[in-house]
Write a protein that binds this ligand. Structure first.
Ligand SMILES: Cc1ncc(C[n+]2csc(CCOP(=O)(O)OP(=O)(O)O)c2C)c(N)n1
Ligand SMILES: [Mg+2]
Length: 339
């Protein structure tokens, strides 16, 4: 086929499927996270993934909305519920799943596992298992950027459980004091393990706590990806314009248990059902369909692509090589010997 003919074919294809609607892209991003997480639960039950596993099902709109506003030069810091953040940051599903299997093809050679996904080349700085542990890391990254005069943003995701930690307050204080380019993204899913927010905090508005540090802070519907994206874009633009740190309290809900070892005795089934009705993926799909921006064919195509991506990741991880035992101390001790 000549070059001209190939170009003609492409323009025909383009005419057939209109330029991808941004809403459809967000829908696909959320679905990628959902399907990967569902697969992780399945693989955990099959003992292919071991250790701890915390899934993000129900909270996808938060990562998808914020991540859509960041560029490759920006940095992302997350918690132990970070598979989706890593995926949307560009870490391949193959590399993520291989990591969870403990395979040497994983993004940390299988040494980090589910809670410690990390990819410096993509400026994805974890995967932090310590509650609030990512906040000082984000402040440090932003301080480095500010000192070097780089126009970058560091987005830091953490749960509302972090507000009980000193690191939360120290980090907000220094970020505000030094006017650092950090976007704090609090994923307020109402529970820290089995502790409801109202049982542990006298002030349950996290945005108000952030505002007490002189940080512009907004509460956002974390089940609405378009609202999340809009708020994040406003904040990121302000940060890039030298406006210092900004804070988003994203009100969301985890549909599944805290981890794979949680009998969920602390919340009523009726409460979970009410939130399930606000499924962020279903909500956006309905909005797009009713406004004529998503046909059945397009939805089927999105699902097909996502399923294929997850299936390829499973095949990759299944065919991988566990980190060899004899290499366990590699990268742990210095190989330079005594000085
Ligand atoms: C400093 C510290 N204390 C306690 C724990 C145990 N722990 C693990 S997850 C968790 C709850 C955190 O809840 P939240 O920050 O709301 O995040 P979510 O799990 O809801 O996403 C706790 C207390 C920990 N990992 N680190
Ligand atoms: Mg929480």
């Amino acid at each position: 086929m000549t070059r001209r003919a190939a170009g003609a074919d492409r323009s025909l294809e383009d005419a057939d499927s209109a330029p991808p609607d941004h809403g459809r892209t967000l829908l696909q991003q959320m679905l990628r996270v959902r399907r990967l997480e569902e697969k992780c639960v399945e693989l955990y039950s099959a003992a292919k993934i071991r250790g701890f596993l915390h899934v993000y099902i129900g909270e996808e709109a938060v990562a998808a909305g914020v991540m859509a506003t960041l560029g490759a030069e920006d940095a992302v810091v997350a918690t132990y519920r970070e598979h989706g953040h890593a995926l949307l940051r560009g870490v391949p599903a193959t590399s993520i799943l291989a990591e969870m299997y403990g395979n040497q093809e994983g993004c940390c050679r299988g040494r980090g596992g589910s809670m410690h996904l990390f990819d410096a080349a993509r400026r994805f700085y974890g995967g932090n298992a310590i509650v609030a542990g990512g906040l000082p890391v984000a402040v440090g990254l932003a301080l480095a950027d500010k000192m070097a005069g780089r126009s970058r943003v560091t987005a830091c995701f953490f749960g509302e459980g972090a507000v009980a930690e000193g690191e939360f307050h120290e980090s907000l204080n220094l970020a505000a004091l030094w006017q650092l380019p950090v976007l704090f993204c609090c994923e307020n899913n109402l529970y820290a393990m089995g502790t409801a927010l109202g049982r542990s905090e006298s002030q349950t508005s996290i945005a108000l706590k952030a505002a007490s540090y002189e940080i512009p802070a907004w509460s956002v519907d974390g089940m609405d990806v378009l609202a999340v994206e809009e708020a994040a874009r406003r904040a990121v633009d302000a940060i890039r314009a030298g406006g210092g740190p900004h804070f988003l309290e994203l009100r969301t809900y985890r549909f599944r248990a805290h981890s794979m070892f949680d009998p969920e005795r602390y919340r009523e089934k009726a409460e979970v059902s009410t939130w399930l009705e606000r499924d962020p993926i279903e909500a956006l799909r309905t909005t797009l369909e009713s406004s004529g921006k998503l046909s059945d064919k397009e939805w089927a195509a999105i699902q097909g692509e996502v399923d294929a991506e997850v299936a390829a990741a499973v095949a990759f991880a299944d065919a991988g090589t566990p980190e060899p035992v004899e290499e366990l101390t590699r990268f742990v001790y210095s190989d330079r010997g005594p000085r």
